[in-house]
Design a protein around this ligand. Structure first.
Ligand code: BGC
Length: 818
């Protein structure tokens, strides 16, 4: 489907280039030069290639607010669009962002399955369903690569939760691997033609993912992958891994290959042809991205739209309207009470390595107020969401010379100043071994700060980072401490979630001069560090916050409450311990809904949350982590300028007890996928429990009807089945239909199967009063199961079920496969 993005770098050129390299040069190319780039080899005109994280934007080689990135919706939001065109457009923009930032390879998309809602990194993954993941990830990859930038399908494979992610051994049977976890990679690798695959940290059935036969089969043997297998950062831990189709060790420059690999080849322990094979793949990648002199890069597709507009459209396309008691879109309300921390500080993305720094976030408060100029709007906090330090508001601090932000002074062990810079942020993050931050013995953060807190003699403040520190206020030592990670912490925690502390500092006036002197200490992953000054969570009386929101809501015609998860709940390196919203947000929604029957709740979370108040409110709109255009997208949907186009690509449970797959904690180092192929809605279909909202569900603002479903009565096993339907827009506005085709086995069978499973889907817009005839192909694979003999289709009676969710059937067609 997306073949046009494959470049045809001349293979004989690659072989010639490889032949011109010494063994040392070849081996050099196979380990990174540093955290984010590969070694150049000038002797063959090869420049260094830069790799940078996605998937919600492309950060670039530095983590720095001076080099901002467009922040797109996270993949759980993109997947909810069920729309290949929207996802492809986001991919194209990511490719352009990468090109703008000098990035050759985007370390995305994440193809892992949302096996359990407790997975901490689910916002980075697409869906609980392998087909949705596979198809949308293929479009995402094709979009990126249409800009001559490599995409990386990660993390291969079964890296579906975070607890003990560096060491866990996932036990999963062959059939489930093929039908669920590997199946998800087929789209991005085969159809999308991904130029890279990232091998995961975990082991699969006893062998590390970087030293696993799965790198050979199915990746290469069955799928024909001809790209580079890059390791997850530090996932390669042995020389032995070089014997496998593991091509690039990241980060560098040290690592288990290097000189050891040169010696092993010289000693005849490792065949040089194995090294050459990796080198050719690296050169093929370099050719595709245009990193070799004289080798033309893959062609670039012109893109006409702009990144922010694409991000905004994608945010509405993936927003799922879960409930609407005839209140949305809003009809010119006289007054709106906006409630929630997210209204001012929405979570546009999840935490961890995927983080990007947008130049601007369109806040819901600002955008909704502007979109309803004739309505009176108020805002109240309602509840405190986060438990960690938050950024100092940019308008509350400045460097000693008056520039907004803080002065960062880098010193050596003798106290001599190495350099100084002004940052428009209250944090410094670095993954570059050569950065000033990593070369300094002491770092001083100097700022003048105006505390919001009105207390006359003291104010709250906090410091984060792996360090010893001292805080001086107006020149006098006011606080000191040491911050260390805990014994069980993820090794990346020192950077991604550095230890923090908060305390009260003295004040004499409106503004205080603060110097924080930090001494970094060893720990965590190499060549990475992060420091931050910030504010601890507000300690207002929670009941008083709720009461204020309630009185604002009671006085308004409409109340819109935004509830969110926090960076302490959804991020990298740990899993969720509860699906409940953090803090007192459930109490807040209950109270606001009791005070105002026109209460609309906006859910700002990357994965499912419990909503015990769902039946008491007038509407619920799940916006996920919608990217930097969050406010504009919300205003578009509240006003009716845009329709929420999303359908759930993950089941939303009503309570924790009924979640069928909930275990993400390894036992004795092993995590057994005992549920087999019954993941997500397939698992729910086997229980008596009913989720709050089922897979595939989502309302829009329009109505449509489906008629004339047609498919052949018989088909030969192993062939695709073409289906046609007519969709009629029966409402008065343009609307989006997502046609979902599920398969059921009718005859009894010896094969353990889900009750029904998704086989095909298509999203389409239908103008008011018009009809559309759709052809949908159900691929042969949808009927096949993995057996000891490979993919096999059992003949017999099946049913094609066409519906609007896994539980809502519109029509069904019997079909006999023979
Ligand atoms: C993450 C990857 C990421 C890499 C580089 C790892 O910890 O698991 O997803 O691409 O870091 O930041």
């Amino acid at each position: 489907m997306y073949e046009e993005v494959l470049s045809d770098v001349d293979e004989s050129v690659l072989a010639d280039l490889c032949a011109r390299l010494t063994l040392e040069e070849k081996v050099l190319l196979l380990t990174g030069r540093d955290s984010w780039s590969t070694h150049p080899l000038p002797s063959i005109g090869l420049r260094s290639m830069v790799l940078s994280d996605g998937p919600a934007g492309v950060r670039g080689a530095t983590w720095d607010e001076r080099s901002p990135s467009v922040n797109f919706p996270s993949p759980s939001a993109l997947a909810a669009s069920w729309d290949r065109t929207v996802v492809r457009a986001v991919g194209e923009q990511l490719g352009r962002e990468a090109a703008r930032k000098g990035v050759d390879v985007v370390l995305a998309p994440t193809i892992n399955i949302q096996r359990s809602p407790y997975g901490g990194r689910h916002f980075e993954a697409f869906s609980e369903d392998p087909l949705v993941t596979s198809e949308l990830a293929a479009a995402y990859v094709a979009g990126i690569q249409s800009q001559a930038v490599g995409a990386t399908a990660k993390h291969y494979v079964a890296n579906d939760s975070e607890t003990d992610r560096f060491t866990v051994d996932v036990q999963v049977d062959e059939r489930s691997l093929r039908e669920v976890y590997l199946r998800a990679f087929e789209g991005p690798v085969i159809d999308g033609g991904a130029w890279l695959v990232m091998s995961a940290y975990n082991s699969v059935n006893g062998a590390r993912a970087t030293e696993n036969e799965l790198l050979r089969s199915p990746l290469e043997d069955d799928w024909g992958f001809d790209g580079v297998v890059v390791s997850d950062w530090t996932a390669v831990r042995s020389l032995q891994s070089a014997q496998f189709p593991q091509d690039l060790v990241m980060p560098g420059p040290s690592g288990p290959w290097g000189d050891a690999l040169v010696r092993a080849v010289r000693a005849g322990e490792i065949d040089e042809r194995i090294v050459d094979r990796k080198v050719i793949r690296m050169l093929r990648l370099a050719g595709r991205v245009g990193a070799i002199d004289g080798v033309a890069a893959s062609p670039i597709t012109e893109v006409s739209t702009d990144a922010r507009a694409t991000a905004r459209v994608a945010a509405t396309a993936g927003s799922v309207l879960l409930r609407n008691e005839a209140i949305l879109p809003l009809a010119a309300p006289a007054s709106i009470a906006l409630v929630g921390e997210g209204m001012r500080h929405p979570r546009t993305q999840g935490g961890g390595s995927a983080t990007v720094i947008p130049a601007e976030v369109v806040t819901p408060l600002g955008a909704v107020t502007a979109r309803f100029p004739d309505s009176t709007t108020t805002w109240s906090l309602g509840a405190v969401v986060g438990t960690g330090l938050s950024d100092l508001p940019l308008d509350s601090f400045h460097a000693p010379d008056g520039t907004p932000g803080m002065q960062v002074v880098y010193l050596n062990q003798h106290g001599e100043i190495l350099a100084s810079e002004t940052r428009r942020a209250s944090e410094v993050v670095s993954f570059e071994a050569e950065s000033l931050a990593l070369r300094s013995a002491v770092i001083e953060l100097r700022l003048a700060y105006r505390p919001e807190d009105q207390h006359p003699t003291e104010f709250p403040f906090g410091v984060a980072g792996l360090c010893d520190f001292e805080v001086f206020v107006d020149g006098a030592l006011a606080h000191q401490g040491r911050l260390r990670t805990g014994p069980g912490d993820d090794p990346a925690a020192a950077v991604l979630h550095p230890p923090s502390t908060s305390f009260l500092l003295p004040r004499a006036g409106e503004e205080v001069a603060i110097t924080v002197r930090l001494r970094p200490v060893e720990g965590g992953i190499p060549d990475a560090l992060s420091f931050r000054v910030g504010l601890p969570p507000r300690d207002d009386d929670p009941d008083a916050l709720i009461a204020q929101a309630v009185s604002a809501a009671a006085a308004a015609e409409i109340a819109v409450v935004m509830v969110s998860t926090s960076p302490e709940v959804e991020s990298e390196g740990f899993d969720r311990t509860t699906l409940a919203l953090p803090g007192r947000q459930d109490d807040l929604v209950h109270a606001v809904a009791a005070a105002n029957p026109h209460t609309i709740v906006i859910v700002n979370a990357g994965s499912p949350v419990l909503m015990p108040w769902v039946d008491d409110v007038a509407a619920v709109l799940a916006m996920w982590f919608p990217g930097q255009e969050v406010g504009a997208a919300l205003a578009d949907m509240l006003s009716g300028d845009a329709e929420p186009g999303g359908r759930l690509a993950v089941t939303w449970p009503a309570d924790e007890q009924s979640v069928p797959v909930s275990n993400v904690t390894p036992d004795d180092g092993r995590l057994a996928y005992t549920e087999g192929i019954h993941v997500g809605y397939r698992a729910w279909l086997r229980t008596d429990a009913t989720p709050a909202f089922e897979f595939g569900f989502g309302l829009g603002y329009g109505q449509w009807a489906l008629t004339d479903a047609n498919a052949p009565e018989r088909a030969s096993a192993g062939s695709d089945v073409d289906l046609s339907v007519t969709l009629a827009n029966t409402g008065s506005r343009m609307t989006k239909a997502v046609v979902q085709v599920y398969v059921e086995r009718v005859e009894t069978s010896s094969i353990d199967r889900p009750e029904r499973w998704l086989a095909a889907f298509k999203a389409t817009g239908i103008p008011a009063a018009e009809s559309r005839h759709l052809r949908i192909t159900v691929p042969a694979r949808a009927f096949a199961t993995w057996t000891a003999d490979g993919w096999v289709t059992e003949p017999g009676e099946y049913r094609l079920v066409i519906g609007t969710s896994v539980a809502k059937e519109l029509q069904s067609i019997p079909i006999r496969l023979g």
